[in-house]
Design a protein around this ligand. Structure first.
Ligand SMILES: NC(=O)c1ccc[n+]([C@@H]2O[C@H](COP(=O)([O-])OP(=O)(O)OC[C@H]3O[C@@H](n4cnc5c(N)ncnc54)[C@H](O)[C@@H]3O)[C@@H](O)[C@H]2O)c1
Length: 315
């Protein structure tokens, strides 16, 4: 297949591109290399991908890029480009989220409906559920985001279903729950915890640390996205949770980290953050049924991979 991966220089996008390349596919990657976190990390991700002659990288912003050109000859779109992160989506930060997550997605969908694309995989998020009343949360639970970021991810998901309903565009929205693994964004809790543990700093724990997080290893997430691109019978506009691998409290994660790093780690209590939810965790019955997918990597194994990667960055 020929794939367009948006956000190809990012954490999940670079792994998605790499997996496609390893399977022999052609990949066109697009990324604006935004400075939300150090663009050098993104450039390093792209460099790995450039080992393959079948990888074609375009540095461009989806808000003004020639999308018809980017979609030319493309069979499948993996739309991962976004402005991520909950905390900076409040106040004046919101405009960036509305543009990168909503406006850019609408532009891409509009171009995709005029193209030959046979599947459009959108990286949605568990943040669309907000403080879900039911745990683990299934796809039919009410969507009531608890952060401006979540509002933009849900708006883009609605755009995907409405392009499916109105134009038959074969979209599928995958609601990723917290993803971790090598190349994880430095603003994410797992990355900050590991960095603190490796550098001997105290780990900031927001609230009482009893928040439950459902972590999914990045290779499992990539496998779900690839399955969503390939399965034959998927109704346009499908919405599917991609979760599991391991539910663990923040305190439990700190304990596990001590074992992996092999030395005591200290914590510093911080006030609970606005927009942070107490529990995340999703059912995966639908992913199993529609995509034939189950996560394979448990947290202790995945954590060891991420620790090794962060250790390698420290030299
Ligand atoms: N990482 C997670 O735990 C998680 C969980 C749920 C959903 N998601 C979704 O998965 C996707 C990938 O997340 P990630 O963690 O890899 O983030 P990331 O920030 O590492 O990757 C996103 C990439 O998109 C690029 N980008 C942003 N705006 C752009 C634009 N207008 N045009 C072109 N490129 C642009 C950025 O430069 C970045 O490299 C996002 O859509 C995110 O909302 C991630």
């Amino acid at each position: 297949m020929k794939a367009l991966v948006t956000g190809a220089a990012g954490f999940v996008g670079s792994h998605t591109s790499e997996a496609l390349l390893r399977l022999g596919h052609e990949v066109r990657g697009v990324d604006a290399l935004t400075d939300y976190y150090d663009p050098m990390l993104k450039k390093a991700n792209v460099q790995v991908l450039q080992d393959w002659a079948r990888f074609d990288f375009r540095q461009a912003d989806l808000l003004d890029a020639d999308l018809a050109g980017l979609l030319d000859g493309v069979d499948v779109v993996f739309h991962l480009a976004a402005q991520p992160g909950v905390r900076s989506s409040w106040q004046n930060g919101f405009g960036v989220y509305a543009e990168a997550n909503v406006m850019a997605t609408q532009r891409l969908l509009e171009a995709a409906r005029l193209s030959e694309v046979r599947r459009f995989v959108y990286a949605s998020s568990s943040s669309v559920y907000g403080r879900a009343a039911r745990y683990p949360t299934s796809e039919d639970a009410p969507t009531r985001p608890f952060s401006p970021y979540g509002v933009t991810k849900l708006a883009a998901e609605h755009l995907c279903t409405l392009y499916a309903d109105n134009w038959g565009l074969p979209t599928v929205s995958l609601r990723y729950f917290t993803v971790y693994g090598p190349r994880q964004r430095p603003d994410m809790a797992m990355n900050r915890f590991i960095a603190a543990a490796l550098e001997g700093h105290a780990i900031p724990v927001y609230g009482d640390g009893e928040q439950v997080r459902d972590f999914t290893f990045v290779q499992d997430v990539v496998a779900a996205s690839l399955a969503a691109a390939e399965v034959a019978d998927l109704a346009p506009g499908a919405v599917v949770n991609v979760a599991g691998g391991g539910s663990i409290t923040v305190n439990g994660l700190v304990e596990l980290l001590q074992t992996v790093v092999g030395r005591p780690v200290h914590t510093a209590e911080q006030p609970r953050q606005p927009g942070d939810v107490l529990q995340t965790g999703g059912t995966i019955d639908l992913a199993e049924r529609l995509l034939g997918w189950r996560p394979q990597v448990a947290v202790p194994e995945g954590l060891a991979h991420q620790v090794a990667w962060q250790q390698s960055l420290l030299g």
